[in-house]
Ligand binder design. Structure first.
Ligand code: NAP
Length: 337
């Protein structure tokens, strides 16, 4: 039997690149969607694998956007939809973030139903911010996860700040996917993957040239000076390699069908990240602020997000914060001029 072919949108993204690498390692053929031939060529150059090819779809929110790409690839049986504006800055919330996310998701699903009925599994990358407001998720007492929804309204997402736009884009895109399945009864089973803050190294060092939003959050630590305060931010994190694995487990494992999989390794705060960097990279120990070093067990008494579907489907011990940060920062340091 020939290998299964997986189509992945946003193939050049931070999470998607790791997913493509893992898919190819497992023997799948991969067709990646990118927004330009230059991005497709750059990824193909890094991958160096004849089982990868790409299709250019420039504008996700255009009706029928994926018809041509999917018609060209009748061998595709799995679709991973990761492409979405992953940004906390937008000039126009609705135009730049919400519409590409929501209509992009609807267009993917409509195209699959119309021209690719052989596709049996669709995985949509949602976000923990679809499950809870970002401030709720910061709160160690928050109860929720795979069984909850961010209370944000569409109007609040349109009129709020860019973070509200992002939260709304993920919530309403995920809801649109579940509504589509309910109303249209397509041939495929849907699973959504809800990552928390995703950290960890780039799949390829070329990715270091322009880090995505969350990889940049960790990299920013390196710009802190000895006398700076350690930023107060905290939340939940997962390693990008586990998120990639989660996308694959989501279609390989039939029990994931119809489920939301919230993937989180645990909590982080900037103090712990600074502690890890100072302990692991002695050259930086005197350059970075000390703050108030924290025990690694400080999060033990925090509520855990409800991630039981994902824990069952993914079925591995997730990568801990220490390894994620050492690999993330280590890759940056090794490749600095
Ligand atoms: P990323 O590196 O910025 O990748 C985003 C991908 O989506 C890129 O391929 C990008 O294409 C594409 N994209 C962005 N805006 C688009 C638009 N308007 N039209 C078409 N394509 C667009 O970010 P990532 O972290 O890997 O994000 C991948 C997915 O994971 C997203 O759905 C994001 O919401 C979700 N997620 C990420 C995190 C996290 O912490 N990183 C957490 C939860 C959920 P270009 O390269 O051409 O811009």
């Amino acid at each position: 039997m020939s290998a299964q072919t997986v189509f992945i949108s946003g193939a050049n993204g931070y999470i998607a690149q790791h997913t493509v690498v893992q898919l190819l390692k497992k023997g799948y053929n991969v067709v990646g969607q990118v927004r330009s031939a230059a991005k497709g060529d750059a990824l193909a150059k890094d991958l160096k694998n004849s089982h990868f090819s790409y299709e250019v779809v420039e504008v996700l929110e255009q009706e029928g956007a994926f018809d041509e790409a999917l018609t060209k690839h009748p061998e595709v049986t799995v679709f991973l939809h990761t492409a979405s504006p992953a940004t906390f800055s937008a000039e126009d919330n609705e135009r730049d973030v919400i519409i590409p996310a929501v209509n992009g998701t609807k267009n993917v699903l409509k195209s699959i139903k119309k021209v690719a009925p052989q596709i049996k599994k669709v995985i949509v990358t949602s976000s923990a911010v679809a499950a809870g407001d970002i401030n709720e998720l910061e709160d160690p007492k928050f109860v929720g996860g795979e069984d909850t929804w961010n209370p944000i309204t569409y109007e609040e997402a349109v009129k709020g700040d860019p973070v509200a736009a992002y939260q709304g884009s993920k919530k309403f895109a995920e809801l649109a996917a579940w509504d589509f399945v309910k109303a249209e009864k397509p041939n495929f089973k849907l699973t959504t993957v809800l990552p928390v803050y995703v950290f960890g190294p780039q799949a390829f060092v070329s990715g270091l040239k322009s880090l995505n939003l969350t990889a940049q959050v960790v990299a920013n630590i390196l710009d802190l000076k000895r006398d700076d305060a350690v930023p107060a931010m905290e939340n939940s994190f997962a390693d990008v390699r586990d998120i990639a694995l989660g996308h694959i487990a989501a279609f390989e494992n039939d029990t994931a069908a119809g489920k939301r999989l919230l993937i989180t390794s645990g909590r982080f705060n900037f103090q712990r990240i600074v502690d890890i960097v100072r302990e692991s990279f002695p050259k930086l120990a005197d350059k970075l602020p000390v703050g108030t070093p924290a025990s690694k067990n400080i999060f033990d008494h925090y509520n855990k997000l409800n991630d039981s579907n994902a824990r069952e489907v993914v079925g591995i011990e997730y990568i801990p914060l220490e390894k994620t940060i050492v690999d993330h920062i280590g890759q940056i340091l090794e490749n600095r001029n």
